[in-house]
Design a protein around this ligand. Structure first.
Ligand SMILES: *[C@@H]1O[C@H](CO)[C@@H](O)[C@H](O)[C@H]1NC(C)=O
Ligand SMILES: *[C@@H]1O[C@H](CO)[C@@H](O)[C@H](O)[C@H]1NC(C)=O
Ligand SMILES: *[C@@H]1O[C@H](CO)[C@@H](O)[C@H](O)[C@H]1NC(C)=O
Ligand SMILES: *[C@@H]1O[C@H](CO)[C@@H](O)[C@H](O)[C@H]1NC(C)=O
Ligand SMILES: *[C@@H]1O[C@H](CO)[C@@H](O)[C@H](O)[C@H]1NC(C)=O
Ligand SMILES: *[C@@H]1O[C@H](CO)[C@@H](O)[C@H](O)[C@H]1NC(C)=O
Length: 684
């Protein structure tokens, strides 16, 4: 009897109490806000295992715990937090030794937030002396020197931290964004109340095992994109010797969405595009210039996904040699299965590609010689002597071009103590055809001089545009002389120099501004993310990365600047004005005659099977990189119930209960039973 009455009254008290709480505005959800531009360290898988962060199926949350200096780290190591924490730190502490402290079994670390950039008070995440999380021997297992007994550490600055398996999510927040709040909150937590502000992270990125297993079970997708290639003059001639001038177009980073890749390899892209611009400008090459009638043919190659086992160059070379179309479209213009929008590549004769000049990491001024200097690397094989001759030819072009009005880079042969050419697409060409004469030009000699290879710090802070112009001038003049077979190198036109302001614009677009005005000439400006990423992403048949689209459209409109007709899509550009069948593409709602081509860039060891909707894996496969699927990526910060408010609430609640009991006992005296008529309640 009495207990029921007390229970009912207690419920009533609770109801009133919760009303009081909500009227005070203590609502956790209202204090939450989502941070935009959150980017995560991806979970990536190769053929044998997986790497990177794990954001698990469930949300991970904890109070903010700041690690900005060594003292903070020591404190964390000595004195593990008693409740769950999310570490807020900077790149300097993305090292194995600090990660080991975070990952200790009893450490209560639920995740790591890496801050980057500059807020009102300046840069918090200043560049460490060096930061390179990837391999010391990039592309070792897809390159030429896999079985070398002496492994040459091209990238000695690497801390290899990418290869660690983390059991918590790691996200990247740009300080320009709301995350400066996070820094403030973390500081407040540190100075006052350790658990006032918290953060929760979801990502659902937790792929395990390896690429074989995940492709079969469909929880990952292959890394890949689109390469682009073109022939100077826009026409392929299968009976001409061909020089391929090329670079890779992708970059890597711990946080793939933030991979500006200035030195590796946006600087090479910008230089080659500026070269292409100069060579297609008859004011620079001479009015009668006709690239179709030159002795030598020049092919430009921009390979995608090279950092992930030479995806672009390997698939291109493989398909040029042995592509089988099982279902042609009408007129055999394209292939339906496997889908290829153009079959131009099947016309290429690989035996005619007898020379290769590649640019890789040409963006930093040489430190040991003068600033306008590059190193030429040659492979130590049967073609070594001829490759050195090619280098000498380029050196002669350089020496004969030197004048007050033209700044031209000088070159010299790289050290012979290295095993041969550095990691580059040229490795794929030599693997395909060991008779190719090749040189790789770079700003480093024996080891990478870029301290930030494969990181967000490779951002062009050290760029020097006049140095890039000098490289581009050398390449433009070399190509001109090569194509025309010029022996008297003083006859290369003095006018043949690249446009410095174009080069500057290209660097700005490719490295820092995805929405630069210049891009609007080539595609709709809304396309693409806010941030610059040169990570290929996962392969998709339908779309390409902004950079691939830009390069294709740039090459095509430079080659054939005259547009015709208006269009919404490529299919509107199948006929010219006279109604004859042609190859053309739709660029900015106008048709342009086709002169540049995309090529699928994903592992040559896998093939999409439309019947099973899965990738078939070659039995001899050894090189397949995949990205674990993810969902609902978010990073929300929130205010844990404030302790002063907590105390106040507790006191209020206590007072309320005391008052309630006083009233209750008073009422009891005046026969509360009658008043509430509990009996009738019970009878009902
Ligand atoms: C960091 O950890 C990874 C994975 O455990 C390891 O491969 C690498 O050698 C470590 N790096 C250093 C500098 O010890
Ligand atoms: C291809 O090149 C050869 C050799 O330079 C030349 O004789 C021929 O006319 C060219 N073909 C076309 C279609 O331009
Ligand atoms: C670029 O490098 C040259 C040669 O070292 C130097 O004279 C020039 O001042 C540099 N330019 C910039 C903008 O740093
Ligand atoms: C110019 O090139 C020729 C080869 O064509 C070479 O013999 C000569 O040494 C070069 N001139 C200079 C100043 O180096
Ligand atoms: C090279 O060309 C220049 C200018 O046309 C000329 O003066 C010079 O004599 C030529 N040199 C040789 C070796 O033919
Ligand atoms: C993402 O979150 C929504 C609700 O917020 C949920 O319905 C959905 O299942 C989540 N996606 C995945 C793949 O878990």
């Amino acid at each position: 009897m009495k207990t029921i009455q007390q229970a009912i009254n207690f419920v009533l008290v609770l109801l009133v109490f919760s009303q009081v709480i909500s009227s005070l505005g203590i609502d956790l959800d209202e204090e939450m806000y989502e941070t935009r531009d959150v980017s995560t360290a991806f979970r990536l898988l190769d053929f044998d295992t997986y790497y990177g962060s794990d954001s698990g199926l469930d949300e991970r949350s904890g109070s903010l715990h700041l690690i900005l200096n060594d003292e903070d780290l020591d404190d964390l190591e000595k004195d593990s937090p008693s409740t769950k924490v999310i570490i807020v730190t900077i790149h300097k502490y993305l090292t194995n030794s600090s990660l080991e402290i975070f990952a200790k079994e009893d450490s209560k670390v639920e995740g790591v937030v890496v801050l980057h950039g500059t807020d009102q008070e300046g840069s918090v995440d200043t560049a460490p002396d060096h930061f390179s999380p990837f391999s010391k021997i990039p592309q070792q297992f897809s390159g030429l020197h896999t079985s070398d007994e002496t492994e040459w550490e091209w990238n000695p600055n690497s801390n290899l931290v990418f290869y660690t398996k983390w059991n918590f999510p790691i996200v990247y927040l740009s300080l320009e964004d709301e995350s400066s709040e996070i820094l403030k909150h973390a500081q407040e937590n540190k100075e006052q109340d350790k658990t006032k502000y918290g953060i929760s992270i979801t990502g659902q990125m937790y792929g395990q095992y390896d690429s074989k297993v995940c492709l079969r079970r469909k929880y990952c997708d292959p890394i890949g994109g689109k390469s682009v290639y073109s022939f100077l003059g826009g026409q392929y001639n299968d009976s001409k010797p061909t020089t391929v001038v090329h670079c890779s177009i992708d970059s890597i980073s711990m946080f793939p969405n933030y991979s500006p890749g200035y030195d590796s390899d946006s600087s090479s892209i910008a230089v080659l595009l500026a070269v292409f611009d100069a060579l297609t400008d008859t004011a620079k090459t001479g009015a009668g210039m006709d690239w179709a009638s030159t002795d030598r043919q020049i092919m430009f190659g921009f390979w995608e996904g090279e950092k992930w086992g030479h995806l672009g160059s390997k698939r291109f070379l493989k398909e040029v040699e042995e592509f089988k179309c099982t279902d042609y479209s009408s007129g055999k213009k394209s292939c339906e299965t496997p889908y290829r929008y153009s079959l131009q590549f099947t016309e290429i004769d690989l035996n005619n590609i007898d020379e290769s000049i590649e640019l890789t990491q040409i963006g930093l001024p040489s430190t040991d010689l003068n600033a306008y200097h590059l190193y030429a690397h040659v492979e130590r094989n049967d073609k070594e002597d001829e490759s050195i001759e090619l280098m000498q030819y380029i050196d002669d072009v350089s020496k004969n071009s030197s004048s007050e009005s033209i700044q031209v880079t000088t070159i010299s042969q790289a050290s012979t103590s290295t095993p041969g050419i550095p990691p580059s697409s040229t490795e794929s060409f030599i693997q395909q055809n060991s008779d190719i004469v090749s040189i790789v030009l770079s700003d480093f000699n024996e080891h990478f001089t870029n301290p930030y290879y494969g990181s967000v710090f490779d951002n062009g802070d050290l760029k020097n545009i006049t140095q890039l112009v000098s490289v581009a001038n050398l390449i433009a003049r070399t190509i001109y002389a090569k194509a025309l077979g010029i022996t008297n190198l003083t006859t290369i036109p003095l006018e043949l120099v690249v446009d410095e302001s174009l080069l500057e614009t290209l660097i700005d677009c490719l490295v820092t501004d995805n929405h630069c005005e210049f891009y609007e000439n080539y595609f709709d400006s809304e396309y693409g993310e806010e941030y610059v990423t040169n990570y290929p992403g996962v392969y998709s048949e339908d779309t390409g990365r902004l950079q691939s689209i830009f390069i294709r459209n740039f090459l095509q409109t430079k080659t054939f600047p005259a547009s015709f007709g208006s269009c919404e899509s490529d299919s509107d550009c199948k006929e010219d004005e006279d109604g004859d069948d042609i190859y053309a593409d739709c660029i900015k709602k106008k048709c342009y005659k086709r002169a540049a081509y995309y090529h699928q860039a994903y592992s040559q060891d896998i093939e999409y099977n439309t019947d099973t909707s899965k990738y078939d894996i070659d039995s001899k496969a050894s090189n397949v990189w995949t990205e674990s699927r993810w969902a609902n990526l978010s990073c929300k910060s929130f205010l844990f119930a404030d302790t002063t408010k907590d105390t106040l609430l507790f006191a209020l609640g206590l007072a309320f209960i005391i008052i309630y009991y006083i009233i209750y006992f008073l009422f009891r005296k005046f026969s509360i039973k009658k008043f509430f008529n509990v009996k009738s309640l019970k009878q009902n």
